[in-house]
Design a protein around this ligand. Structure first.
Ligand SMILES: NC(=O)c1ccc[n+]([C@@H]2O[C@H](COP(=O)([O-])OP(=O)(O)OC[C@H]3O[C@@H](n4cnc5c(N)ncnc54)[C@H](O)[C@@H]3O)[C@@H](O)[C@H]2O)c1
Length: 428
């Protein structure tokens, strides 16, 4: 297989995760250029991948003008930059993997799809869950026809407090106004994608949804609480007190301390304490400028009459992405956190069921014996592995998230948001 050349646009958390594939599979991938508006991040990533100074850019336009050849671009900018940057990349005739969500606007989604078709450019969307051995295994069982047609899917995404607060209350996805994505789009376009992909012999047709912000609101702030935790008279009794939650527990340090623009291991305790006095990570969770929901449910009816429900909860005591599909002659059920699922087949002769437990903790380690495979239950690694094969022309796995194939999941989100806001059933 020919070694592919990649340019990284947006050298943040996600971009580096994908490009790290070049470090563990250097015979397959080489990072030839890095582009980031933040010079600390630009140089940190470029140093990591051995990209020379003349191939580092702070502007996408400079990279596009440079004539540096690459087989594809990794576009891992934040949600609100996806449209502008993707259109430029596509118009330059470059293939791309684009972080989800594609965009929060239907017109922009249509523009991107049209431009990619016109330019004959390949675009993959980073729906990493499709690439996990968990969902890929479920997809293979469903496609085998063993269980008959899909009748009903039930999905839950419980986002535990540590993740929810750091990403959606104090974090960079807390405001749809600035980030361009509501919670459903930012967190659960993966789940709406799974709903569409696992049942793709048909298409989603009708959508309804309810949801709002119920917990992280000013009315739930302890009486007398201040905007910043450092001066709050109620901080000792508050579980979200930034000095406990961010500093002591430090659940997701690469989110919390990103604004300091320093390598994590060089940031001092004093710098962190000072930072929390003026940054949103030091603010009261009930008083930030968060403008998104903290729970939402979605129902979908497909053209063939099958149905699906998704329950998303922001701020749960434990993480839990639950999946249950019921088909004509059996079911599949499991939590991805456990990395195992049960295939339940109804035996027509015995008129009873048998459970087959697929424990990926035992099976998967044998496939790619590498500890770096773990992000998103293997999804991050397998996405890059499949992407390299796809862009090389070697072949397409069942997971491959081509642009046209990723659209239905986004359409479900757009329809659900319209339904939630306008209190009506929406036809896609
Ligand atoms: N697939 C998944 O499961 C998953 C998980 C988390 C995040 N994401 C998505 O990945 C994307 C990136 O998230 P992240 O956490 O890595 O964000 P990040 O903020 O860590 O990284 C984004 C980078 O883009 C840079 N940037 C911003 N504007 C730019 C521009 N015009 N040109 C070049 N660089 C620019 C920023 O300086 C930053 O370094 C988001 O869209 C996010 O929603 C996907």
């Amino acid at each position: 297989m020919k070694k592919l050349k990649v340019a990284l646009l947006g050298a943040g958390d996600r971009g580096k995760i994908y490009c790290n594939y070049a470090l563990i599979r250097p015979e397959e991938l080489e990072i030839v250029s890095v582009v980031d508006t933040n010079t600390f991040r630009l140089n940190e990533a470029a140093d990591r991948y051995g990209v020379p100074v003349e191939r580092r850019f702070t502007e996408l336009d400079e990279f596009l003008k440079s004539g540096i050849e690459c087989d594809f671009v990794v576009n891992a900018t934040m949600d609100e930059m996806h449209y502008e940057t993707s259109m430029k990349i596509i118009r330059a005739g470059l293939n791309m993997i684009l972080e989800k969500p594609i965009t929060g606007k239907l017109e922009e989604l249509t523009d991107i799809e049209r431009a990619a078709t016109e330019m004959n450019v390949k675009v993959l969307i980073c729906h990493v869950l499709r690439y996990t051995p968990f969902y890929r295994g479920i997809k293979e069982v469903l496609d085998s026809g063993r269980l008959g047609k899909v009748m009903n899917m039930q999905l839950n995404e419980h986002i535990w407090h540590g993740h929810f607060v750091n990403a959606f209350v104090r974090g960079k996805w807390r405001s749809e106004k600035t980030c361009g994505s509501g919670l459903l789009l930012a967190k659960c376009c993966h789940d709406t994608d799974l709903i569409s992909w696992l049942n793709n012999s048909t298409k989603p047709k009708y959508v309804s949804s309810f949801g709002s912000r119920s917990f992280f609101t000013e009315k739930n702030a302890p009486e007398g609480a201040t905007q910043y935790c450092f001066e709050c008279p109620r901080k000792e009794e508050c579980m979200f007190n930034a000095y406990k939650f961010e500093l002591e527990k430090d659940f997701i340090p690469f989110y919390t301390w990103a604004g300091l623009n320093k390598p994590l291991d060089e940031i001092t305790l004093a710098e962190k304490k000072e930072f929390l006095k003026s940054d949103v990570y030091g603010q009261c969770v009930y008083k930030t400028d968060m403008d998104i929901v903290d729970r939402q449910c979605v129902s979908v009816e497909f053209e063939n009459g099958s149905i699906a429900t998704l329950n998303m909860v922001g701020g749960a005591s434990a993480p839990g992405r639950y999946f249950h599909v019921l088909c004509e002659y059996g079911e599949i059920v499991g939590y991805i956190e456990e990395n195992k699922y049960v295939v339940r087949v109804f035996d027509k002769d015995k008129v009873w069921y048998e459970d087959e437990v697929i424990d990926l903790n035992k099976i998967n380690k044998l496939q790619d014996n590498d500890n770096s495979v773990t992000g998103h239950y293997g999804g991050d690694y397998y996405l890059m592995k499949d992407a390299v094969r796809y862009f090389s022309g070697i072949g397409e796995s069942v997971s491959v998230t081509k642009l046209a194939d990723s659209i239905n999941g986004h359409l479900i989100v757009y329809a659900a948001e319209t339904s939630r806001k306008e209190r009506r059933i929406v036809e896609i």
